[in-house]
Write a protein that binds this ligand. Structure first.
Ligand SMILES: O=C(O)CCC(=O)C(=O)O
Ligand SMILES: [Fe+2]
Length: 258
């Protein structure tokens, strides 16, 4: 049975609306400031068997093609399109669920049900209860500059991709002593993020590597760095992938809440 994200989203909106109409209701911002009562473990969906991500050569990176099915993908795309209050951040659009991780006054906020269901589906494979989600929306030609995900989270990221295939590049992060020295800092590997796939990276790939999606309208597989999931992504070196559609990615992590 497919996850009906649209239905979950609709229920969430109805619940929010109902809360607002109650005479003793608090404002949404107040409500969001309340501490989260998350169970210790996320209940995983048992209805759908999902293929566990497979380890890729050379990096602490795992990849699962077709982690969700087309119905689930369409449901996610239509749920978030286009009425949400997207924030424009450095050439892409962003939604945040779970609260301002890393800020001094961070309090974990509950994930809306439809995001929680994505987090739950990934949590079992990742080995931690994912409690935080950034949804990035990339129009053709948009990307995300090389960065690390930083210390506000456990050192593991799971990313569900929807809507458009893209390449992500991993490059070695410079140690402070290396800054300014002539080093080859180009990407060491790339992963083809097919629609509906789940990418997981952790430990060395999280801490000592940056990741980046180029602001391009044409992805060419394996030219700038070896593509380490060719087989799983059913791709070949030199494949050209025109970027014609919006890509939505769900970046799931476990925010440190203490
Ligand atoms: O869209 C992606 O796959 C990457 C997003 C990302 O790196 C982030 O939100 O930190
Ligand atoms: Fe990132």
């Amino acid at each position: 049975m497919a996850l009906d994200f649209f239905e979950l989203r609709r229920e969430m909106l109805m619940e929010e609306r109902a809360k607002r109409s109650r005479p003793d209701s608090v404002s949404v911002s107040q409500a969001r400031a309340e501490p989260l009562q998350l169970p210790e473990t996320c209940p995983l969906r048992k209805e759908k068997a999902r293929v566990s991500p497979q380890r890729l050569d050379g990096l602490d990176v795992w990849y699962a093609p077709e982690f969700i099915d087309e119905d689930e993908e369409n449901s996610l795309l239509s749920t978030l399109d286009p009425d949400e209050s997207w924030v424009r951040v450095r050439g892409r659009s962003l939604l945040r669920f779970g609260g301002p991780a890393g800020s001094a006054d961070f309090v974990l906020e509950p994930l809306p049900l439809f995001v929680a269901s994505v987090a739950d589906a990934a949590s079992g494979f990742v080995g931690v209860c994912l409690n935080h989600c950034l949804v990035n929306s990339y129009a053709p030609g948009e990307g995300i500059m090389a960065h690390t995900d930083g210390p506000a989270y456990d050192h593991v990221t799971a990313t569900l991709s929807c809507g458009q295939d893209r390449l992500v590049y991993f490059a070695k992060r410079l140690r402070p002593a290396q800054v300014g020295t002539p080093l080859d800092t180009g990407p060491v590997a790339s992963v083809l993020l097919r629609r509906r796939s789940l990418l997981v990276f952790k430990n060395d790939a999280y801490i000592h590597h940056t990741h980046e999606i180029e602001p391009t309208k044409l992805e060419v597989v394996g030219t700038k760095a070896p593509c380490i999931n060719l087989r799983l992504a059913e791709a070949h070196e030199g494949d050209q992938i025109p970027v014609v559609a919006r890509r939505l990615s769900f970046t799931l992590r476990r925010a440190k809440a203490d």
